[in-house]
Design a protein around this ligand. Structure first.
Ligand SMILES: [Zn+2]
Length: 133
């Protein structure tokens, strides 16, 4: 599937809040507990930039970190992972495969079934309750 979305930084800036722009387009990180207050109802989490479904509620767990955390991406989600050596750390950055938005990082210390912890900036996500559609 090649439905890549590309816009100039200026176009993204017009579409996003300043905080969401900083995180998704400039690889920022929100402070813990900024936006991990999503309702605990069925639904899915979409890319705040392009609307792609990235994560689903059953995969969300409370990691205690203050960032929304998931054991795996939603089925069929286009997500890209690449090594990130910034800040003197070796981490794996997670980005939206459709619009290249920075989402967060994935760590190998999550719970079952995957053992992974997708640590995602809440401001990069747009929650859609299942019953709204
Ligand atoms: Zn996106």
């Amino acid at each position: 599937m090649t439905d890549k979305i590309s816009r100039t930084p200026e176009e993204w800036r017009q579409r996003l809040t300043p905080e969401a722009f900083r995180i998704t387009r400039e690889a920022g990180t929100e402070r813990p507990f900024t936006r991990d207050n999503f309702p605990k109802t069925p639904g899915d989490f979409r890319c705040v930039c392009c609307g792609q479904t990235l994560f689903a509620m059953p995969d969300k767990f409370d990691s205690g970190t203050g960032w929304p955390s998931f054991t795996q991406p939603a089925r069929d989600a286009q997500i890209e992972e690449r090594e990130d050596r910034s800040l003197f750390m070796r981490r794996t950055e997670v980005t939206c495969g459709r619009c290249d938005a920075h989402l967060g990082h994935v760590f190998p210390d999550g719970p079952a079934p995957t053992g992974l912890r997708y640590c995602i900036n809440g401001l990069a996500l747009d929650f859609r309750p299942a019953d709204e559609e």
